[in-house]
Design a binder for this molecule. Structure first.
Ligand code: ADP
Ligand code: MG
Length: 326
């Protein structure tokens, strides 16, 4: 039964690449990385009820499991190539696996990612994906390169996925407004939650330009704390400059918006730093790629992340993103 599932997965996730010498079916895959490139690898697990609502469709889950991993490669400025998929399922549900693979394959096809192996086990629903990508030697982006005097930027818009999560919560104080929002607005926010866009092209464009980069998965301020700590700098963010989608602007007042933009998880946008003199050309290129980017702050001497009001005074933040296992 497990082998039937593996056959199904192989059929449905059928991106092929010449650098896969041997894919699904043996004890391990044999892969042939391009000569002279760095191999960039990462893995992420999604557990039902912890990292995604139990109500998430199998198809969306397949997309998201790959998307969150590709987002990590994007943050490194790497070009994705191969994926592994470890699936733990309560039962051998072919319909579920078929739909999961369709969502996974849809995104894998967009980025030409070959599924080369994995593991299939029985247990509470959980999905682990590992991805492998390439970067020119020494040119992958990192968290530790931010310099005093750099500016801070973020791609796309912030807080939409967290707003989408609130659309699903019937106990939410805001649910009246959210449920009355137009179907299109709700659908758009839910798509931002369930089908995040990994910013692969933006990551590649930021090689040799950004001094540090991270993908926003736990919440903007929480993730920028990692950049500040690894780089040994302080970061100041101007609340007024944080990008908001028209859906967020339509449904939330300014304080709620700010909480979603600074503390909401699951955005999968790229937050990065770059020297001021590179900023204009870089922003033009990112706008051309799609999604664009916005200047949101600056790198200073010191430590930690501070959120500033329009008059430059610090705003206290209560919820700095999601704390796993807090
Ligand atoms: P082994 O017992 O040697 O680990 P498995 O029976 O677990 O082998 O897997 C057989 C083949 O199917 C391997 O090539 C493995 O990588 C692949 N595979 C198993 N599960 C998955 C999955 N969920 N997605 C992709 N490939 C899988
Ligand atoms: Mg195995």
């Amino acid at each position: 039964m497990e082998f039937e599932l593996i056959d199904l997965i192989r059929e449905r996730c059928a991106v092929t690449r010449v650098d896969v010498r041997l894919g699904i079916g043996d004890d391990a895959a044999i892969l042939s990385p391009p000569a002279g490139h760095d191999l960039v690898v990462c893995t992420d697990t999604l557990i039902a009820g912890v990292h995604f609502p139990e109500s998430t469709s199998a198809r969306d889950l397949g997309w998201k499991a790959l998307a969150v991993n590709l987002s990590d490669l994007a943050a490194m400025g790497a070009t994705p190539a191969w994926a592994l998929l470890a699936l733990t399922l309560p039962n051998a549900d072919r319909t579920f696996v078929a739909a999961f693979c369709d969502g996974f394959a849809e995104l894998a096809t967009q980025h030409h990612v070959a599924l080369v192996g994995g593991d299939t086990t029985r247990g509470p629903l959980s999905v682990t994906v590992a991805v492998h990508g390439f970067a020119p030697p020494g040119r992958a982006l990192r968290r530790d390169g931010a310099q005093v005097g750099d500016q801070v930027f973020v791609t796309g818009t912030l807080g939409d996925a967290a707003a989408g999560l609130r659309c699903l919560d019937p106990r939410d104080a805001h649910a009246g407004v959210l449920f009355n929002a137009s179907g299109d607005t709700r659908e758009w926010l839910l798509a931002r939650l369930n089908r995040p866009t990994p910013r692969i092209a933006a990551g590649v464009a930021l090689r040799d330009r950004a001094s540090a980069c991270i993908d926003v998965s736990d919440g903007l301020l929480a993730d920028l704390e990692h950049v500040a700590a690894r780089s040994g700098v302080a970061i100041e963010i101007d609340a007024i400059d944080l990008p908001a989608s028209s859906a967020l602007l339509a449904l939330f007042d300014a304080p709620q918006r700010l909480a979603l933009q600074t503390g909401g998880g699951d955005d999968y946008e790229l937050a990065f730093t770059a020297p001021r003199q590179r900023a204009d050309a870089m922003l033009r290129d990112l706008a051309r790629i799609g999604g664009g980017a916005t200047r949101i702050g600056r790198v200073m001497a010191g430590e930690g992340v501070r959120l500033l009001d329009a008059d430059g005074s610090e705003i206290a933040v209560h919820q700095r993103g999601w704390q796993h296992f807090a």
